[in-house]
Design a protein around this ligand. Structure first.
Ligand code: ADP
Ligand code: MG
Length: 392
């Protein structure tokens, strides 16, 4: 936690420099990687994210005049000042960063919660747009700060739901509930097995250091735009599949029924491939939970690699840089690897023996340089805690 507390001091100092007063407190929310369970969350399926040590910090103080002031070290343009009463979705076009925190205040007020004005200043060590969910970290840090400033005491899953509503309805990104739940609910040393249908969750042991393993995040530096059509297209395709198969969501197709379902969809090959990914991916998540709870973390390696092939070939959301990362890691001796996040760039995950991590890292750098790609940023993911208030 050394980095976080250092960041806390700086964040509080900058709050003072920006607003001329001391913050009431500091709240942190982490970025996440999804270990396995990709694009299953809008199919009522299973996901298994873990919180990164990378966090977004919000320094905040309440105001009594119904004004929301927002400032981020990660954004140009100075203080954004908004009146709570004027907040209406959708936010101004242009993808302004302030829509994320403003959307959270809007969603809380929409839900009838007594949220008043506030000054907020953010710093973050979560890379933006890298598929590590800086957006949910920003939203959940905001939600927890406003919750605490106003003494609401909302449960974690409610904070996650409000943050998701902000991103869906106010920012206009049709994301599922995974990212916000990960930021709000994860615990250190564990992955979070989440059933996105009923939001039941289980903390699954994933103590990499104790097992002599490393989980590397390979940020390809290729930036995706989730707001564009591809995500909505996949989502609509999955909904078409569910309708054609007469189920509420693809989650309702058991793995054992997959051959029959695929046969039924023979006339619609694109939807068929989407369905195959979702059903097999849900199954992979369940297998991963079984392995981790039985103390067999190495056994999830092949599940990761199979998940990548499914995302690449059936869901068609990989890209050359992600494929290169996965193939290179595998060839260099990794236990398994896959793209993580929305796709079309962002990051890959590589599970590797601790002793092999340097060789695999070198192989990745060499392969990217040889292919003429931007150098990837590679760092180990250590499962960290979910959102929390910092002691100041
Ligand atoms: P991801 O969530 O994978 O990082 P998104 O496109 O969903 O990618 O969200 C990234 C956007 O979130 C940024 O472009 C920016 O608008 C906003 N954002 C996230 N964190 C911050 C921050 N600390 N300061 C300012 N804007 C941020
Ligand atoms: Mg995001």
């Amino acid at each position: 936690m050394r980095d976080t507390s250092h960041g806390a001091h700086e964040t509080a100092a900058t709050f003072h420099a920006v607003y001329g007063t001391q913050p009431t407190g500091l709240w942190a929310a982490p970025g996440r990687v999804n270990l396995i369970g990709e694009h299953t969350d809008y199919n009522d399926g299973f996901v298994m994210p873990l919180a990164l040590p990378h966090t977004t910090l919000a320094a905040a103080a309440p105001r009594t005049d119904g004004v929301l002031r927002l400032h981020s070290a990660g954004a140009d343009g100075g203080i954004v000042e908004l009146r709570l009463d004027d907040l209406r979705p959708p936010a101004a076009p242009g993808g302004d960063w302030a829509a994320y925190p403003a959307g959270v205040a809007w969603a809380m007020r929409e839900a009838g919660l007594p949220v008043g004005g506030a000054d907020l200043h953010y710093t973050s060590t979560v890379p933006l747009g890298a598929g590590l969910s800086s957006s949910a970290a920003l939203e959940v840090a905001t939600a927890l700060a406003l919750d605490d400033l106003h003494g609401l005491g909302l449960p974690r899953d409610e904070l996650a739901r409000l943050a998701q509503r902000a991103e869906n309805a106010f920012v206009g990104v049709p994301c599922g509930i995974m990212d916000q739940t990960a930021a709000a609910c994860c615990t250190a040393g564990h992955a979070l097995f989440l059933d996105t249908r009923d939001l039941t969750r289980r903390h699954v042991p994933f103590d990499l250091a104790a097992a002599g393993l490393r989980l590397l995040v390979v940020d390809t530096r290729v930036r995706h735009r989730l707001g564009d059509g591809a995500y909505a297209e996949r989502r609509a395709g999955c909904e078409r599949g569910a309708r054609a198969l007469g189920v509420h969501a693809l989650r309702d197709i058991p793995h054992a029924h997959l051959p029959a379902a695929l046969e039924e969809l023979a006339g619609a090959p694109v939807v068929q491939a989407l369905v195959r990914h979702i059903v097999t991916e849900n199954h992979r998540v369940e297998q991963a939970v079984t392995h981790l709870e039985a103390g067999r973390p190495r056994a999830i390696g092949p599940l990761l690699t199979a998940g990548h092939a499914s995302l690449r070939d059936d869901f068609k959301i990989s890209c050359p840089e992600l494929d290169l990362a996965v193939d290179t890691a595998g060839a260099a001796g990794a236990l398994g690897a896959r793209m993580t996040g929305g796709g079309f760039g962002g990051s890959a995950l590589v599970l590797v023996e601790e002793a092999a991590a340097p060789d695999v890292t070198d192989a990745l750098h060499t392969a990217f340089a040889t292919a003429g790609h931007t150098a990837p940023r590679i760092f180990p993911a250590v499962p960290g805690p979910g959102a929390h208030r910092l002691d100041t």
